[in-house]
Design a protein around this ligand. Structure first.
Ligand SMILES: Cc1cc2nc3c(=O)[nH]c(=O)nc-3n(C[C@H](O)[C@H](O)[C@H](O)COP(=O)(O)OP(=O)(O)OC[C@H]3O[C@@H](n4cnc5c(N)ncnc54)[C@H](O)[C@@H]3O)c2cc1C
Length: 401
């Protein structure tokens, strides 16, 4: 029996445990510093309402990934869901992705129409600003993307955002249905406890150590110090940031975080039918409001809104700027054989739940085939992995169908 240690019991750690348990011959241990599994996808309760920190609905263009999860935690598809964006100067809510039929309601519609007639495309875009101006023109970019993105990533200028998929075929301006995800699967677990059963089922054959923090790492020898004793493994799969397991040897990797406000309102629904999120592009401090019962179908005469505020209090979003990605790459280059780094922080990549399942499947395949060429398991196709942008506002509308 070979031994593997998985560090972190979020979606990535649990998915990795599940995929390795499906291979023969692995004795699996998972350490999680929190008293529960699931990380950010764990369901919590407030005012009688179930919620997760951030929406965490399951979005995928890949039937195989949906089928995998649906077999373990039955899912309800929600193809109808719409996102709105509040544009304060217009005092209007518009659909996001930007919808052609909303332009007629915009005060500067003539300017917008004229810019749309002159757009040059995004094929040579070097950064987010060039991408959007090339795709929809200056006015729509300023209205929908510029302020929001600067707030979301805490940057002064969207030209700083230079690492995501640039799709020359992207549909930046939507026509037809207002549903946000009409060309991919959008779903949420049916059970009131959301994805929680997944974390138990996926780790059924794993020794799970909750409330456990590793005190020291000796990656060269695949050893860790836990509760005063050293333990050696044949393989270590880390889902935490590379700087954590490598003693900050190249300096701290930057992440963006979120604070989360929980608001219960005395109405059955706050948002219009089919609207699940509202983005705020103004200079108010919050980015997004989510009405959770739209996902959970929780029955109550009150509703629950989660409000997200960019913050430095946690490390949730790897920053999509090339110099930071190169910084993470320096860590990966130094990782000895037998160390795998995956999940959102572990890959230092803005990936979503479906990408993480896909990555865990690819990781197990590569382990079975004899090992990995790079500590971060290669998975899916490039466009699909960066599609994760949609979860906090699509940077790449191509990913949005
Ligand atoms: C606000 C927000 C909203 C999102 N919404 C969506 C969405 O709608 N749809 C979607 O598909 N994806 C969404 N995502 C992304 C998706 O949820 C994440 O990509 C995914 O859950 C990451 O899983 P993970 O296991 O890599 O990380 P995490 O969930 O962060 O898990 C890491 C785990 O490691 C543990 N840990 C950390 N350090 C240590 C240590 N030193 N020792 C032991 N344990 C440690 C943590 O406690 C945690 O449990 C969202 C992300 C965020 C931040």
């Amino acid at each position: 029996m070979k031994t593997v240690l998985i560090i972190g019991g979020g979606f990535a750690g649990c998915a990795a445990a599940h995929q390795l348990s499906l291979l023969d011959g692995w004795d699996i241990t998972l350490v999680e510093k929190a008293p529960f599994l699931g990380g950010g996808v764990k369901t919590h309760w407030h005012g009688g309402h179930p919620f997760t920190y951030g929406p965490r609905h399951f979005l995928t263009p890949d039937e195989k990934l949906f089928d995998y999860l649906h077999k373990i935690v039955p899912m309800r598809k929600c193809p109808e869901h719409e996102f709105l964006t509040y544009v304060e100067p217009d005092q209007q809510f518009y659909n996001f992705p930007i919808h052609k039929d909303d332009i007629v309601r915009m005060p500067n519609r003539e300017q917008i129409e004229s810019e749309l007639r002159q757009i040059t495309g995004a094929i040579n875009a070097r950064n987010l600003e060039e991408y959007w101006i090339g795709s929809v023109g200056e006015s729509l970019y300023r209205k929908f993307v510029d302020g929001y993105t600067r707030k979301m990533w805490e940057v002064d200028d969207c030209k700083e955002i230079d690492d995501f998929a640039w799709s020359p075929k992207g549909v930046a301006l939507k026509e037809g249905t207002r549903a946000c995800w009409d060309e991919a699967i959008s779903a949420y677990p049916i059970a009131p406890n959301g994805y929680d059963d997944y974390f138990e089922i996926s780790t059924a054959d794993t020794s799970v150590l909750l409330d456990t923090t590793i005190e020291e790492f000796d990656l060269e020898n695949r050893r860790v110090l836990m509760k005063g004793d050293w333990y050696t493994y044949d393989l270590i799969v880390s889902t935490v940031s590379p700087d954590v397991i490598m003693d900050n040897s190249h300096g701290e990797l930057p992440f963006k975080g979120r604070d989360f406000l929980k608001i219960v309102l005395p109405v059955e629904y706050a948002f219009p039918k089919d609207v699940y999120f509202v983005y705020d592009t103004s200079n108010e401090i919050f980015t997004r409001m989510v009405e959770y019962k739209k996902f959970t179908r929780h029955q109550s005469d009150s509703t629950f809104i989660g409000l997200e505020i960019p913050s430095k209090s946690n490390r949730l979003y790897p920053v999509p700027i090339k110099k930071h990605v190169a910084h993470a790459e320096r860590y990966f280059a130094d990782m000895p054989e037998g160390i795998i780094s995956m999940g959102r922080a572990g890959s230092y990549k803005y990936i979503d739940i479906d990408d993480i399942i896909d990555q865990a499947m690819a990781m197990a395949d590569q382990v079975k085939a004899g090992g990995l060429d790079h500590p971060v398991p290669l998975h899916g196709d490039w466009l699909r992995s960066v599609r994760a942008e949609i979860e906090d506002m699509p940077l790449d509308p191509a990913a949005n169908g």
